[in-house]
Design a protein around this ligand. Structure first.
Ligand SMILES: *[C@@H]1O[C@H](CO)[C@@H](O)[C@H](O)[C@H]1NC(C)=O
Ligand SMILES: *[C@@H]1O[C@H](CO)[C@@H](O)[C@H](O)[C@H]1NC(C)=O
Ligand SMILES: *[C@@H]1O[C@H](CO)[C@@H](O)[C@H](O)[C@H]1NC(C)=O
Ligand SMILES: *[C@@H]1O[C@H](CO)[C@@H](O)[C@H](O)[C@H]1NC(C)=O
Ligand SMILES: *[C@@H]1O[C@H](CO)[C@@H](O)[C@H](O)[C@H]1NC(C)=O
Length: 490
């Protein structure tokens, strides 16, 4: 996962959405659908010290109830909650200058967040919430963790106004109430990290304005319902117990940029119609039971930057041109999938590829020679395969990758002896790899131990002299080594 951090273009995206990296962040979608603000720190709003502010009395008393139910009774001392406002409440005036509550947020996202915190042992969601008819955003983070509760069905009464409902990591139990499907104005529904069980309500397809649906890290069962949501940009159902086939209808969510169905028990093949996702940037289907073949239409996913399929026991061969056309691809994780046969040559034609994990498969034959064109590669795992022959990587690329190049446990890989200058065989990540022209391709002991003593010094010194220096880096390395050796010999 750490490797993902290096994808600069995706950095923000991943920080915001990748659960394992950012369990403690969430996102409010702007009207354009792009993530606009990390809800981390004080929200902007109007801080009125205007004595003339009048909060709608019914809403005022509802807010008192809600605050008391979360262990924040101090709020009941505030005569006008919209006037003496705190971070976590936002209000808007109507034409008669009467203020209405439009946003309520609870929970400490970080040490600097100023949202009211909840008492996790006693907090409840007050039914008075249904008395806030102007509420657009409701946000609870780690509020009810020690007092497990169900998602209250009265939330469905906020239908006409509510646009963002975030109930993240709250220890909520029970099913997703079908009443939530009455929230037809919702743009963001985030129930990540609870203990919700039962199936995903089919009625969610009523939420036609939905842009982000995150039900990940729960205990949801059943199959994925058909969600023909044209505006959906983010769908994250990862880490549940979902079964069945990947539904074709999901593919009518044409605007998807992120689809994460990883860590479920989904079966079947990836449908060819996956090409409908013209904008898809991240596709993670790892750790399911998805089977062969991979769709040939994968090639048309020209926006895709991250493809993660590891841990699906596919066990087939891949056609050589499978990845042609995926010109945006930066991260490809195909570890532990039982793939056989040769590594597809088309991988060497992905100019933006940075992270490539093909480890723990049964790839045989040699590494495609065009891998030397992968200039941006900085994380390559080929260990635990049956590969043979020369490692066709530029010295600079190998040097750059350091420990992120793993080659151990292959059949008979070797490196150009020139490459040995950078001491590849010494790495535990490349054990067993010798120079190609060495005796029986055994690991070289000559260059590896340059610093061990006079005999080794002399040997590597002469061999250094005969090598063609084709890069400044190698040349500099040699120069420093020579100087160091001379000093040592004196
Ligand atoms: C949700 O809508 C259904 C009709 O679709 C209605 O019967 C039900 O009372 C509504 N529930 C809430 C909580 O508004
Ligand atoms: C969901 O979990 C609750 C306990 O938390 C349990 O009583 C209920 O039977 C479960 N429902 C399903 C459908 O698994
Ligand atoms: C690679 O493995 C396949 C079987 O999976 C075999 O048919 C093929 O001959 C092997 N190729 C090489 C170069 O060993
Ligand atoms: C080496 O890789 C093969 C897969 O090609 C695997 O079956 C085997 O278990 C691996 N050996 C070790 C020691 O990990
Ligand atoms: C040279 O390197 C080899 C390889 O490890 C080592 O066994 C040997 O002791 C070294 N020679 C000297 C003189 O240090």
């Amino acid at each position: 996962m750490a490797a993902l951090i290096q994808i600069s273009h995706l950095l923000l995206f991943i920080l915001l959405y990748y659960p394992s990296l950012s369990a403690s962040f969430t996102v409010i979608m702007s009207d354009s659908g792009a993530p606009s603000a990390l809800v981390d720190g004080p929200q902007s709003g109007f801080s009125l010290h205007n004595a003339a502010v009048r909060t709608d009395p019914a809403e005022q008393s509802a807010v008192y109830d809600i605050m008391s139910a979360t262990g924040n009774p101090w709020a009941t001392q505030i005569p006008d909650v919209c006037g003496g406002r705190w971070h976590g409440i936002e209000c808007m005036p109507d034409n008669h200058n009467l203020f209405h509550v439009v946003s309520l947020s609870f929970g400490s996202l970080s040490d600097d967040t100023a949202f009211p915190t909840c008492d996790p042992t006693r907090s409840t969601i007050s039914p008075s919430l249904a008395k806030l008819p102007h509420l657009r955003t409701l946000f609870f983070y780690r509020c009810f963790t020690d007092n497990p509760q169900i998602v209250p069905s009265f939330l469905g009464q906020l239908g006409p106004s509510l646009q963002t409902l975030v109930l993240r990591e709250n220890g909520l139990i029970g099913p997703i109430p079908t009443e939530l499907t009455n929230l037809t104005r919702l743009k963001v529904l985030d129930l990540h990290g609870n203990n919700l069980n039962g199936s995903i309500p089919v009625g969610l397809n009523r939420l036609v304005g939905l842009r982000s649906l995150d039900l990940s890290w729960n205990k949801l069962t059943g199959s994925i319902p058909s969600l023909g949501l044209d505006n959906l940009r983010i769908l994250d159902l990862s880490q549940n117990i979902l079964t069945g086939w990947i539904p074709n209808r999901i593919l009518t969510c044409r605007s998807l940029i992120k689809l994460d169905l990883s860590r479920n028990s989904l079966m079947g093949v990836i449908p060819e119609s996956i090409t409908e996702f013209k904008d898809l940037v991240l596709l993670d289907l790892s750790y399911n039971q998805i089977s062969c073949p991979l769709p040939t239409s994968l090639q048309h996913l020209s926006s895709l930057e991250v493809l993660i399929l590891k841990g699906n026991p596919m066990g087939c061969t891949m056609s050589n041109d499978l990845f042609d056309g995926m010109l945006s691809l930066m991260t490809l994780i195909l570890s532990n999938m039982g793939f056989r046969g040769p590594i597809p040559r088309s991988l060497g034609r992905l100019p933006n590829l940075r992270v490539l994990h093909l480890d723990a498969n049964y790839f045989n034959g040699s590494i495609p020679s065009n891998f030397q064109d992968l200039r941006n590669l900085n994380d390559l795992r080929l260990n635990n395969n049956m590969l043979t022959g020369r490692i066709p990587l530029q010295k600079q690329t190998i040097w750059k990758m350091k420990r992120k190049l793993t080659l151990y446990n292959n059949s008979n890989l070797c490196y150009d002896s020139e490459t040995g200058v950078i001491d590849m065989s010494a790495s535990p990540y490349s054990v067993g790899i010798g120079p190609c022209n060495g005796p029986n391709s055994e690991p070289s002991r000559t260059v590896q131990h340059v610093s061990k003593g006079k005999e080794n010094v002399t040997r590597s010194d002469t061999s250094l002299g005969t090598r063609r220096t084709s890069s400044i880096l190698v040349w500099l390395f040699q120069l420093t080594t020579c100087i160091w050796l001379i000093i040592k010999l004196l």
